[in-house]
Design a binder for this molecule. Structure first.
Ligand SMILES: Cc1ncc(COP(=O)(O)O)c(C=O)c1O
Length: 408
């Protein structure tokens, strides 16, 4: 039985996985660690508007897929920004300003000092910039406005006007370039070098590691919340991948918490932007060229983040690819409450994990290779709500407000 009609998918067991290896080896704690997590947690929890996002149980969908429970951590309301990305980019802006103030003034500041604009004379001279397909740029712009520094955001040709407006609403200058996401990353880097701006990117590469580390560390608040909200330990986690920062943050947190006994970990990508899948198959970071024209805008990335890869290569159990049609169906399943659960508003990039689960659970070979069965408790991260309301309405056939009203 298949709950998703568009049944094309790929599943690759990670050839580099070794579950017996401890997290504390091979420099992984220099990337993400419990100490850095505690610092991030303290800062982010002090921001106005912080509250835990809810877990949504989908017991009827679980029954249809032959698993015990499906739990969906719904990030649609995070800080009013609509996605989990609110945790990463804004935290990295804070950390950058904190380091600059230490260097320039010799002071150690916390979020509350910047929120009260105590050092605005200095922060107004520090410009932050990044490339984005929507959500990360919104977070950086929001953080820049909140902490008092100028911001320039680069978007590629495929980013919708609605997403650009959502970024500009936080006072950032938005610049559109031709080419894909990776071209926008390069343009932001070269303009930053020219003007003395600071790049706050969610992807890391050789020589640019410290900021994306902070971005990922911010994401781990979401994982920690989910684990403390859950009543039982998940047996499986399906999570979507763009450059891999989110997937690495979740994997790292589970690995640090549960070691060898961590849940089975499956990273799901669009088939049109499958850089993590291809890297796993090749045993090394592998670039996907081209337009990367998937509806899953947040996952339209062709190059893995170097730091994320250092965690995912040894830590993920499997990699999957799914089609745009499968993602659209998964959005509708949640919006329509097709199996009788509460309706959930989930954006295009939020549902790749759910689509991956639905496809794998409906295929005998994949069920067996992932040990999915009637005792499986599956955790999903619904990483965005309807961050592009026009696209959401086009796919689901109703506005997010109508779906929300049906859930109330
Ligand atoms: C909603 C959403 N989910 C998942 C991701 C993937 O995150 P990453 O690029 O860190 O893999 C993104 C990235 O922008 C996103 O916007």
């Amino acid at each position: 039985m298949s709950v998703i009609k568009s049944s094309a998918f790929q599943l690759l067991s990670n050839p580099q996985l070794d579950r017996s290896v401890s997290y504390d080896r091979e420099g992984r704690t220099d990337i993400l660690s419990d100490t850095a997590f505690q610092v991030a947690r303290r800062e982010i929890m002090s921001w106005p508007g912080y509250s835990e996002t809810p877990l949504r149980k989908l017991p009827k969908l679980a029954r249809a897929l032959g698993v015990k429970q499906i739990i969906y951590k719904d990030e649609g309301e995070r800080f009013g920004l609509g996605s989990f990305k609110a945790l990463g980019g804004a935290y990295a802006v804070f950390r950058l300003l904190q380091q600059e103030l230490k260097q320039r003034k010799g002071v150690t500041v916390h979020s509350k000092d910047l929120l009260s604009k105590l050092f605005s004379e200095t922060t107004s001279e520090i410009t932050v910039t990044c490339a984005t397909d929507g959500n990360h740029g919104r977070s950086v712009a929001w953080g820049a406005q909140k902490f008092g520094c100028p911001c320039v955001i680069y978007v590629h040709a495929g980013v919708s006007e609605a997403r650009c407006r959502a970024i500009a609403a936080y006072g950032a200058e938005v610049r559109r370039i031709s080419g894909n996401y990776d071209d926008a990353v390069r343009q932001a880097a070269s303009d930053a070098a020219k003007h003395g701006w600071h790049v706050v990117s969610d992807t890391s590469y050789e020589g640019y590691l410290s900021v994306p580390r902070d971005v990922m560390q911010g994401y781990s608040i979401m994982v920690d919340e989910a684990l403390s909200q859950l009543q039982e330990k998940p047996t499986h986690v399906f999570v979507q991948g763009g450059v891999g920062g989110l997937a690495a943050a979740v994997c790292s947190h589970l690995w640090q918490r549960y070691g060898e006994q961590r849940p089975k970990y499956i990273v799901v990508e669009p088939d049109k932007a499958d850089c993590l899948y291809r890297s796993a198959a090749a045993g090394q970071p592998t670039v996907v060229h081209g337009a990367l024209d998937t509806i899953m805008a947040g996952l339209a990335c062709g190059e893995v983040s170097l730091l994320a890869w250092k965690i995912l290569q040894p830590g993920a159990d499997a990699f999957m690819t799914i089609t745009d049609d499968a993602a659209a169906e998964a959005m509708c399943i949640l919006a329509d409450a097709r199996f009788g659960d509460e309706p959930v508003v989930a954006g295009e990039s939020a549902v790749a994990g759910l689509a991956g689960l639905a496809l794998a659970a409906s295929d005998a070979g994949s069920r067996a290779s992932l040990s999915l069965g009637p005792d499986s408790v599956v955790l999903l991260f619904g990483t965005e709500g309807a961050t592009d309301p026009e696209v959401y309405q086009r796919i689901v056939g109703r506005s997010a407000d109508v779906v929300k009203a049906a859930a109330a």
